[in-house]
Unconditional design. Structure first.
Length: 374
């Protein structure tokens, strides 16, 4: 089960038969039922979290580690479907009708006759049999109270597809008519940004952290993507938002998602996420390293035209709020410029009303005063 082949012999000592078992040191760490152990004195203890990650990263990446998995664990149709897709994308040259082992060798998921962890989570029939944390939780909250908790299991490609659908089922969508025959779907958040954050989570999560899964929490005013594992390879939040070389703790998983066309140029995803949010008129996402992991917060546009009209704002006030959303702040000079034909006295009255409704705050002294959204 563990791929260990001891030498067993029997000999006599002091008139008694002695059984001798010789086990050679393995070149790779050995797991038992997907867990790794160490000996401390006379006690055998499991290695978890940072200790386990540090132990392995000295030698290799988690997704490249091999174990004595059976080929029967592999979902053959899922693998061949991936091969066909990768070939159609021009990112792989292979024959999807080839032998199963040959295909796994071709994409570096079979090493010296043994399947890698990546092979199991990407194409396994039941990856959670070995890695209980390899799933995505999608939670929906209403007024701060959890109203649904979907646990998306299966292989990583299935998780990417089904988790996106679970997120969409928890969001609002409206339709904008662009012509007589066409209409556009407008979601709370652009689907491109949702997809990018989701796939980044699946590809880059720290699978050594057994006690926690990727979690996506959808609130009334924001969506929070949390992933176990801090930024990897010297990456910082500041560098993350700039053009940077690709660095991943799971290179095999990342490569398979690239071949499938689910990841484009390595290292460009975060900038695309920011761009799509800005194009939708939403704030840039907030990135944080917290709770021994990495978080992405996307803020919802709560100041929609429909909402602002429902609380009694007039056209000029709605323009002021939209301007603050886009530019961060509004001065009286700005307000006069975007509201031709309306007196300064009237516009000041509009601003006082926005202050009374606690939609905005005034910042600075009277001469240089500007207004910002709360």
């Amino acid at each position: 089960k563990m791929g260990i082949h001891p030498n067993i012999s029997c000999f006599e000592f002091d008139g008694k038969k002695v059984l001798r078992i010789d086990v050679e040191k393995s070149s790779n760490p050995i797991s038992y039922n997907g867990k790794y152990y160490k000996r401390v004195g006379t006690t055998t203890t499991g290695m978890l979290g940072d200790e386990l990650r540090d132990f392995f990263l000295k030698e290799s990446n988690w997704d490249g580690l091999t174990n004595d998995y059976s080929l029967d664990e592999i979902d053959e149709e899922a693998l061949r479907r991936f091969i066909r897709r990768a070939v159609s994308k021009g990112r792989l040259v292979a024959d999807d009708a080839a032998d199963l082992s040959d295909l796994l060798l071709k994409i570096n998921l079979l090493v010296e006759g043994k399947l890698t962890n990546a092979a199991i989570v990407l194409f396994g029939k039941d990856p959670q049999k070995y890695f209980t944390n390899a799933l995505v939780r999608v939670l929906k909250f209403k007024n701060g109270v959890s109203i649904s908790d979907r646990r998306v299991k299966g292989n990583l490609f299935r998780q990417a597809e089904e988790a996106e659908e679970a997120i969409k089922n928890s969001l609002n969508v409206k339709f904008e008519i662009k012509g007589k025959l066409t209409r556009d779907e407008v979601w709370d958040y652009p689907l491109e940004a949702i997809r990018e954050a989701l796939i980044n989570s699946i590809v880059h999560r720290d699978y050594f952290k057994y006690g926690i899964q990727t979690q996506i929490k959808i609130f009334d005013d924001k969506i929070w993507f949390f992933n176990p594992g801090e930024l990897f390879g010297g990456m910082t939040i500041e560098k993350l938002t700039q053009l940077h070389p690709s660095s991943t703790r799971n290179p095999l998983i990342a490569e398979m998602f690239f071949k499938a066309g689910l990841v484009e140029v390595h290292g460009s995803g975060i900038r695309q996420m920011i761009k799509s949010l800005k194009n939708a008129g939403l704030p840039e996402p907030d990135f944080k390293e917290e709770f021994a992991g990495f978080s992405v917060y996307m803020m919802k546009n709560v100041y929609t035209k429909e909402y602002l009209e429902s609380i009694g704002l007039n056209r000029s006030q709605i323009q002021a709020v939209s301007y603050m959303q886009e530019h961060g702040s509004l001065t009286m000079s700005d307000f006069l410029r975007i509201s031709p034909g309306i007196s300064e006295r009237t516009l000041r009255r509009y601003l006082v009303d926005l202050l009374d409704k606690k939609l905005i705050i005034a910042v600075g002294e009277k001469k240089g005063r500007k207004y910002e959204l709360l």
